[in-house]
Design a protein around this ligand. Structure first.
Ligand code: PHB
Length: 385
């Protein structure tokens, strides 16, 4: 009897201590674009998230509520409110657009509901608007664009013209690049911001860029806009006179195939490429290909790592919104993108940034790493937790 009692107590203590049982079911709001120029990014983040949960055999542990931000800040905010107030989710995962992230930040902070940012790079979310409820597993705009500004100057580029969509991410990506490039001694000879999600014809912008006679152009475009931009750049035959550099999303493995040969030779900086030669990445790429039939992109890794953090926090005993918020940034794990760590001063991820070139290999477009900038950590940018 006594032995039986002891066994039951130990078993019960083990169950309590093992996080899988901490929540009967964790309610997760997946708040992603399902329509518009970034719809494909949302789908990819979800694919990565699901892969991590399936690999861990923990699908029964999460109840998922899906909402579409339509990449519109006010729609994103309405959907975040719905997820928190009606569905009573424990955590929200997702957010592709920096505009949507800016719009929901105060609501998440005041509602004290943890948010795992799986894409949007808005500097302020881990800078002056940081919050103990916001943990970012993707990147910040400064983190990705400052390194390539210095890198380009070091390669001898002196005059650059910039282009990006006219919304908060476009401005922040270009500002981060410009700051590092001009501090190094370079000059930005002109810039333009194109209507976001609406620009079909980049011809006039490319003509203006060419007329400014820079050594190169630097751009940020993603999703559908990246495909149109690269194809048009290719059709104007500008690669010799106007070499193209970018924030790495321009030639993301997610849509580089749709861009075709025009993507060859574009140099870009990004926190993940599927050609990374590490055991963790090889395993991830193999599993992703087995499930999706194609190589993963940075967006897939961001969704994958968001799920890893969520499961890690549960393993550490998180069993309500407050304890999840506390545990999420503390989860330690090696990502397919390389060593990562959440900076506890800002809750932004610290990670390598890869400068890569798009090349062909056996007729397939692939990524060749030119340089690795290790453990890039964004400045606190006014964050006081
Ligand atoms: C953003 O809005 O922050 C954003 C969107 C798409 C990307 C990267 C950043 O690929």
């Amino acid at each position: 009897m006594h032995k039986f009692f002891t066994t039951v107590v130990i078993a019960a203590a083990t169950l309590v201590g093992t996080s899988q049982y901490a929540f009967a079911e964790t309610k997760v709001g997946l708040l992603l674009p399902r329509s518009g120029t970034y719809a494909v990014l949302g789908k990819e983040i979800e694919a990565g998230f699901n892969l991590a949960v399936e690999q861990a055999d923990r699908t029964g542990e999460f109840k998922i509520f899906n909402e579409d931000t339509e990449i519109k800040p006010q729609v994103g905010l309405a959907k975040a409110r719905k997820l928190v107030l009606e569905n009573e989710v424990d955590v929200i995962v997702g957010i592709v657009s920096s505009g949507v992230l800016g719009a929901i930040r105060d609501f998440m902070h005041n509602a004290k509901v943890p948010l795992i940012v799986a894409n949007a790079g808005n500097n302020e979310a881990t800078g002056k608007s940081c919050s103990p409820y916001i943990t970012r597993v993707s990147f910040s705009s400064n983190q990705l664009n400052r390194p390539i500004g210095k890198w380009m100057f070091d390669k001898g580029i002196r005059k650059v013209y910039t282009l990006a969509p006219d919304y908060v991410a476009g401005h922040q990506m270009i500002d981060g690049f410009t700051d590092a490039f001009t501090r190094a001694g370079g000059e930005v000879v002109g810039r333009e911001f194109t209507p976001f999600g609406k620009t079909k014809d980049f011809g006039p912008y490319l003509a203006k860029a060419k007329a400014a006679k820079p050594d190169a152009i630097f751009v940020f475009y993603a999703g559908g806009e990246a495909i149109s931009f690269v194809k048009q750049y290719g059709s104007f035959g500008l690669s010799k006179e106007l070499p193209l550099y970018s924030s790495g999303f321009l030639t993301s493995p997610l849509y580089v195939k749709a861009e075709g040969d025009a993507a060859i030779g574009i140099v870009a900086s990004l926190h993940y490429v599927p050609t990374l030669d590490t055991p963790e990445n090889k395993e991830f790429v193999e599993a992703f290909i087995a499930k999706e039939g194609r190589s993963p992109s940075e967006y897939a890794v961001q969704g994958y790592d968001a799920a890893k953090l969520l499961m890690g926090a549960a393993d550490a005993g998180a069993n309500d919104r407050a304890s999840l918020a506390e545990q999420l940034p503390k989860v330690k794990y090696v990502s397919p993108r390389g060593p990562v760590e959440i900076d506890l001063a800002t809750n932004n991820i610290i990670q390598n940034v890869y400068v890569y070139d798009t090349v062909t290999n056996g007729g397939e477009l692939t990524q060749k790493i030119l340089d690795t900038l290790e453990a890039v950590q964004d400045a606190p940018n006014g964050c006081t937790m």
